[in-house]
Design a binder for this molecule. Structure first.
Ligand code: HPA
Length: 273
């Protein structure tokens, strides 16, 4: 932990040598959302494996690189593939790229993910704007000695998802005619999907969707006062009467099918920043 500031400086210096511009926004592409990258007017791509101190992505459906370029008229940096706690990375490693993007100069962070719906009104393929999250089932990435250069010991979490970005996203979805659900994202570590009893518990505790990413990233962004907006693609439904076997393939397929809606919203949002 003592080395994180030094590591961040080294990583940032390496990237800035490769790409000497300041990205205005950072984007994280979730499972099955790799196609979104094709929307970007790419200026530079750097495989994670080439970046000092970066972990390397392993999960299927992730191509593992930082993409620098233009989208919606803005300079952006996008993570094609993210790091998950269930892959065996520490919470610090999972969130390291978020800290790097902040150090590269981003002013807003746009996150996407695949999530299981537990709100009975949700359908597969719906988009859900995350309004809040529940982090009690995950490891907090800020455990350990606080680096006050990065943020405060006890960060406020009353608005982890920027209200003004939420308003913009809602306006854009309405303008584009895209139905947008809203709700609370319940973070879990995975890699198991939930049992029937767990999906019910998550709903009873106030969750609308459940997923294995995002929450640690959002905590680290809040620590650094970096405004975040996040959208889940509902890829499966946790609470159903009938047989309910969930596969990773099904999650990837549903995410890919809903991706154009998410891309359209993110592109307009970037233009409106
Ligand atoms: N549970 C947890 N994570 C997920 C799910 C789910 O049902 N679907 C996609 N990611």
């Amino acid at each position: 932990m003592a080395d994180i500031i030094q590591h961040l400086r080294e990583t940032t210096a390496f990237i800035q040598q490769q790409y000497p511009h300041t990205p205005e926004a950072g984007i994280v592409l979730g499972s099955g959302l790799g196609n979104f990258a094709s929307e970007i007017k790419v200026e530079k791509e750097i495989p994670y494996g080439d970046i000092p101190h970066f972990p390397v992505s392993t999960v299927e459906g992730h191509s593992g690189r930082l993409i620098f370029g233009e989208l919606g008229g803005r300079r952006i940096v996008a993570m094609a593939g993210r790091f998950h706690f269930y892959e065996g990375y520490s919470a610090e490693q999972v969130t390291y790229p978020i800290r790097v993007m902040k150090m590269l100069g981003i002013q807003n962070l746009l996150l996407s993910n695949a999530a299981g719906g537990v709100n009975p009104h949700f359908k597969v393929g719906d988009l859900m704007l995350i309004t809040d999250h529940i982090s009690f089932s995950i490891v907090n990435p800020l455990l350990g000695k606080n680096q006050s250069e990065l943020g405060p010991r006890f960060p406020d979490m009353s608005e982890p998802y920027s209200k003004s970005l939420q308003l913009k996203v809602k306006d854009i979805a309405a303008k584009l005619g895209i139905t947008l659900r809203q709700g609370v994202y319940y973070g879990v570590t995975g890699p198991t999907f939930e049992t029937r009893a767990e999906y019910k518990m998550i709903h009873a505790l106030g969750g609308d969707a459940v997923g294995m990413s995002t929450v640690q990233e959002v905590i680290v962004a809040a620590h650094m006062s970096l405004p975040v907006t996040a959208i889940s693609i509902i890829t499966d439904l946790g609470i159903r009467e009938e047989e309910n076997v969930i596969t990773h393939e099904e999650v990837l397929e549903a995410a890919a099918a809903a991706e154009p809606k998410l891309s359209a919203i993110f592109k307009e949002l970037l233009a409106a920043l």
